[in-house]
Each structure stands twice: as structure tokens, then as C-alpha cells.
Design a protein around this ligand. Structure first.
Ligand code: GLC
Length: 421
């Protein structure tokens, strides 16, 4: 495979649609929220103005209440379902009505830290900072109205780990009877065995129909949804993003804003600690409908490391990783390979994702488990050497799967320094 630095840059350039980058041609023809945050961290390694533009274009989709939607439909495309006609939201640039893991503040901080055009970076980060603050305030108000320190997701797509087996039980409570017809396009681009099932899509659309009928009002959605989960991935990523926002507030914010962010950090640090499971050797999500932890170990369960809140559990997490790696030759599988729901080719039910590996490896670094961190880095580099910049990889064979020439895989390879000239 041609996986040089130049090849990775070409993947970003080829998917540039004028200031925003699509995840991959055809399968995902719009701007996706957390994809763009990772992609900006790739652009910043070779084209600084373009990196800032990516983040600014994502924020063109931000709602008045602060939410940054999961898809921004900048331009029409007929290769993706569900499009703007299904979402029926009111924003001027059409967007979806849900969000995705908030990597954005982390991307802004990193771009600011590594930029060589200091004055340009300062000016652009300063202009973005109030938008980040609004987005984090939205998370607290709309998704943790009880002030518990854990935010809830109201749609499995908000986790970014769409069909993880961790959502199977709570998602089964969603009646699969949408009024909107299912017109899937994804299986025309990628084999159906690598994608979520039809039944999954029927429930996905049923939730969208319900929320559209509620006018996308966060309070009504929170009160009426049959699906409400505190995802460990979202909460860890948000916590990390709050730390990065606090650093940005040190340069661009007020004393009161810094105190507000610090309060949220303290609350969520303790709440995330409550998701730890000695039995599973990872952190688990909590089903907010029943109040119970969901007993399915996934790669998201390592992300409190990346948040910097895995005090006292880093060694146990390193052991869990080692246990999983004895079953599969490439880490980190998105689902515990010993779990009955593990499927090595099906999307978030088993495959390895480069962006998740990068976050977990950063966490192990910070928690002084360098062996685990280097192991994940080596696995990711060899997967990309074998499978190219694929969307995701089979942990049992190393095969690249899903969409090819995928932008966040190329971006992470650039930002993580996995490639050579
Ligand atoms: C899929 C993934 C999601 C990603 C999107 C675009 O929906 O599950 O995490 O953001 O594709 O790449």
C-alpha cells in the first residue's frame, strides 16, 4: 500500500469540498462533526489556514442553543440516507438534529499549540473560543439537566460508535416502526456484512421521527425519549475537551468562565469514576432509563485514560488490553473479542478504528503505561501499512474495511507521525 505522508495529504486534498472535508466520497458526502475535528489535526501538519477553515466551517452549523450538529449538509448529495428531508431541522444551513463526541475544543487547542503562524492561530482560536464555550454549556444544560456530571446521548449515532453492542439492550426499547421509509444508500457503496443491519436503521429513523415531531426541543426530547444512555466515550471525550477549553480560557476567557469550566470538570471527574468495573476491567456506559451500568466492554471503556481521570485503574486497563490482544492479533478491537456480540468485520461491533487507537494511546502515555501506548501505535501503523487509509480494520486479519481513502484515518496517521516520506 502507498501510505506515505504525501499519500495521506492527497486523501485530505481529494476530499476537500471547499473548506470542509468529507469523511470519504459517496458513502459520507457531507461534513461530519468529530471527523472534522480529527481531520483539522491532520491539516494543521501541512496547511495551517486550511485546518482553521475546517473548524470554522463546522461551526457554521452550530445551533443558537450551542449544539454542534453531527452532520452539516453544506451542499446537496444523493448518495446518503437520511438526508435533510428526513431530519427536518430549522437551521439555515441544513444540519442533522443530534450531535457527536465533542473533540472540537481539543482540536482547537492542538492546532493553536502546533501552529507556526502564531498571530494567525491566536486570532482564529480567539474567535472560535466563545463558540466552544457555548457548545460545552449546551452539553451541560441539554444533556445533563439534573447536574449529575454525566451527559446523556439520545441517539446511538451521537456516540460516533453507531452500532456498538453496548447499545443493543437500550436500543431494543425503540419501536422499529418509522413513518419515514428506509431508503438506505450505504449498502450500495460497502458490503452489507460490514454495515449495520436493516433493523438497526428502522430504529434509527424511528428516533429521528420522534424528535422531529418534538421540534428538536432538548427538554422535550430528554423527557420523552425511549433511549437515554451516558456513554463512557462521550463523557471521557467531553471531560478531555473541557480541560482543553480551560487552557484556552486561560488565554481568551474570563475568570468567571474559568471557574465555571473548573466546576464542571470536578463534577464529571467523580461521575466518570463511578463507571469503572473491576469485573470487566474497563469503564462501562450507564443506561439512564434503568440507572444500571451496561455490562458490555468496548474500546470506549479505555477513554477515561485519555480524559486523564483514570486514577488507579491504568494498570488494570493495560492488563485488559493485553487480554484482548491475546485473542486478536491487532488492537484495539471496538468490542471485547471474548464477548458474544463481537463481530470482527461489522463496523463498531469488533473492527479497529485509528482515531480511537490514537486517543487510547495518548491516555496510556499520560498514565505512564508506555508499553501499552507503543503497542497500540505499532498495531495502528501496521494496519495502515497493510490496509491503507481504510475506514476501519478487521482485528483478526488486519484487512482494511468499509470506505477506502478515509480522511480521519489519513489525518490521524499524519498527526500521530505514523508515516514516512
Ligand atoms: C459513521 C461512524 C461515525 C462517523 C461517520 C462519518 O457514522 O460511525 O463515527 O463520524 O460514519 O465517518
Amino acid at each position: 500500500m502507498n501510505v506515505t505522508i504525501e499519500a495521506a495529504r492527497s486523501v485530505l486534498r481529494a476530499n476537500d469540498r471547499g473548506g470542509y472535508t468529507v469523511p470519504t466520497a459517496r458513502l459520507y458526502p457531507y461534513q461530519w462533526n468529530w471527523d472534522s475535528a480529527f481531520v483539522a489535526m491532520g491539516w494543521i501538519t501541512f496547511d495551517e489556514p486550511r485546518a482553521w477553515r475546517e473548524l470554522e466551517r463546522l461551526l457554521e452549523g452550530q445551533w443558537d442553543d450551542g449544539m454542534v450538529p453531527h452532520i452539516i449538509f453544506h451542499a446537496p448529495a444523493d448518495t446518503y440516507f437520511p438526508g435533510p428531508d428526513v431530519w427536518r431541522t430549522a437551521h439555515t444551513i441544513p444540519t442533522s438534529g443530534i450531535t457527536q463526541p465533542p473533540v472540537l475544543a481539543t482540536a482547537v487547542r492542538r492546532c493553536l499549540d502546533v501552529a507556526t503562524d502564531r498571530a494567525g492561530a491566536e486570532a482564529r482560536a480567539a474567535a472560535i473560543y466563545p463558540r466552544l464555550l457555548a457548545s460545552h454549556r449546551w452539553w451541560a444544560a441539554a444533556r445533563d439537566p439534573g447536574g449529575t456530571g454525566l451527559v446523556g446521548m439520545l441517539h446511538p449515532w451521537e456516540s460516533g460508535m453507531d452500532n456498538s453492542p453496548a447499545w443493543d439492550v437500550p436500543f431494543a426499547r425503540v419501536p422499529p416502526t418509522p413513518t419515514t421509509p428506509i431508503r438506505r444508500k450505504d449498502t450500495g457503496h460497502v458490503g452489507a456484512d460490514m454495515r449495520p443491519t436493516d433493523d438497526f436503521y428502522r430504529r434509527v429513523i424511528a428516533l429521528i421521527d420522534l424528535y422531529a415531531a418534538l421540534g428538536w426541543d432538548p427538554a422535550r426530547m430528554w423527557a420523552q425519549t425511549p433511549f437515554k444512555v451516558a456513554d463512557v466515550g462521550i463523557n471521557a471525550i467531553l471531560h478531555r475537551a473541557e480541560r482543553d477549553l480551560l487552557a484556552l480560557a486561560g488565554r481568551f476567557g474570563t475568570e468567571a468562565e474559568r471557574a465555571e469550566i473548573a466546576d464542571r470538570l470536578e463534577l464529571s471527574r467523580d461521575a466518570i469514576a463511578g463507571l469503572w468495573s473491576w469485573d470487566h476491567g474497563v469503564y462501562l456506559p450507564r443506561d439512564l432509563t434503568t440507572g444500571e451500568l451496561i455490562p458490555v466492554a468496548t474500546s470506549a471503556g479505555f477513554l477515561p485514560l485519555y480524559a486523564g481521570v483514570a486514577e488507579g485503574t491504568a494498570a488494570a486497563l493495560a492488563q485488559t488490553l493485553q487480554r484482548w490482544r491475546m485473542v486478536v492479533p491487532f488492537g484495539v478491537p471496538s468490542t471485547d473479542p471474548n464477548h458474544a456480540g463481537f463481530e470482527p468485520k461489522r463496523y463498531w461491533r469488533g473492527p479497529v478504528w485509528a482515531i480511537v487507537n490514537w486517543m487510547i494511546a495518548q491516555g496510556f502515555d499520560a498514565e505512564t503505561e508506555p508499553k501499552a501506548a507503543w503497542g497500540i501505535r505499532d498495531d495502528t501503523a501496521s494496519l495502515i501499512r497493510r490496509g491503507g487509509f481504510a475506514e476501519y480494520f478487521d482485528p483478526t486479519t488486519g484487512e482494511g474495511l468499509g470506505g477506502g481513502s478515509f480522511t480521519w484515518t489519513a489525518a490521524v496517521a499524519l498527526a500521530w507521525g505514523l508515516l514516512e516520506d
